[in-house]
Design a protein around this ligand. Structure first.
Ligand code: TYM
Length: 338
């Protein structure tokens, strides 16, 4: 009989710069929704992933604390969820090494995020950037996580995690690692740039006008939405009317995700309106939902010691879960002493 695994959610975010609206709607807001449901929830600031591209140490420290503040300000309760930074739980890297020996070069060669990030500079990329997905599989599987909420851009990595789990189970003749499900749901699993509807909203985009940062104040948010690229037509009343209108679709998706309703509902209300009318509505909604978060983040950032305490406690709880799973993995693999 197949093993029954505890319903457990794991997800991670890189502390590699400011949080964007894409991270919030595609990830954190959904992490909050899963908290307190039937799942145990484990959320991680993946600092070891961040350093696969250069990070200034002082910035990394600040960004890790700011990300933690972002989680808490958005509604992650560090008592209810396990909240920690990756480097404090060495079991991730230990299992990551085992998975480096399970994953195949060909599998990693197909990863589009590596191709995007390495670009033409492949020879000069870090080995860590290439091996990244094996560590990500370890992040997930060191907790036997069954569900991983992510944005669409991470789907391929979660599929690779499934391949690694299946190959490990097969090679060692065990039913030890679960075949994890990616959870990619809702209106905002791929929030696009405000300047170009064909590009993902990203913290690394050169233009700050392309994204809403979670630390932006009300004026900045309103201005970015006012200047967002659109087309000259009115909004449609039906979803089909958004076809081939990437920028319009993006703004409607953002509205739906912020308002917690479906795209159909939004269009039923705003169909027929011009952008000159819709944009102020969206700006008001965004400011309404995001300002309390940025205010709370700023407040938490004045207490870095508190943040560090929360992370230390989270790491302790995470290790309690991860260490027996790593120990058992070592035993299966044949490590003497385990
Ligand atoms: P990262 O740090 O790039 O992004 C964190 C989360 O935010 C989502 N996201 C978006 N969602 C919608 N629209 C966007 N424009 C957008 N931009 C980012 C991402 O899909 C992600 O869910 N490899 C991961 C971090 C990671 C991880 C893990 C995730 C490491 N280990 C284990 C899950 C499980 C990453 O680089 O995400």
């Amino acid at each position: 009989m197949a093993t029954e695994f505890t319903q457990r959610v794991f997800s991670g975010i890189q502390p590699s710069g400011g949080l964007t609206l894409g991270n919030y709607l595609g990830a954190i807001k959904r992490f909050v929704d899963m908290q307190g449901s039937d799942f145990e929830t484990i959320y991680c600031m993946v600092d070891l992933h961040a350093i696969t591209v250069w990070q200034d140490p002082a910035d990394l420290r600040k960004n890790t604390r700011e990300l933690c503040a972002g989680f808490i300000a958005s509604g992650i309760d560090p008592e209810q969820s396990v909240l920690f930074n990756q480097s404090q739980v060495p079991e991730h890297t230990q299992l990551g090494w085992i998975f480096n020996t399970v994953a195949r070069m060909g599998w990693l060669n197909r990863m589009t995020q590596f191709k995007d990030k390495a670009g033409k500079n492949r020879e000069n990329s870090s080995v860590g950037l290439f091996a990244y997905p094996a560590l990500m599989a370890a992040d997930i599987l060191v907790y036997h996580a069954t569900h991983v909420p992510v944005g669409e851009d991470q789907k391929q990595h979660v599929e690779l995690t499934r391949d690694i789990a299946a190959k490990f189970n097969h090679d060692y003749g065990v039913d030890f690692f679960p075949i994890t499900e990616p959870v990619i749901e809702g209106a905002a699993t791929r929030v696009m740039s405000l300047r170009d509807g064909s590009k993902k909203m990203s913290k690394s985009d050169a233009s700050d006008m392309s994204r809403i940062n979670m630390t932006d104040d009300a004026d900045a948010i309103a201005q970015k939405i006012r200047k967002a690229r659109t087309d000259p037509d009115a909004l449609p009343s039906e979803v089909e009317g958004l076809k081939d209108r990437a920028e319009a679709r993006n703004l409607v998706n953002i509205y739906a995700a912020l308002e917690d309703c479906s795209v159909e509902q939004v269009l039923a209300d705003v169909g027929g309106k011009q952008f000159s009318e819709f944009k102020p509505m969206l700006a008001e909604l965004a400011v309404d939902k995001l300002s309390p978060i940025s205010t709370e983040m700023a407040r938490l950032m004045t207490q870095p010691d508190e943040i560090d305490k929360i992370l230390a406690r989270g790491a302790e709880r995470a290790r309690e879960l991860a260490s027996p799973i790593l120990k058992k993995t070592y035993e299966i693999v044949g490590m003497v002493g385990s």
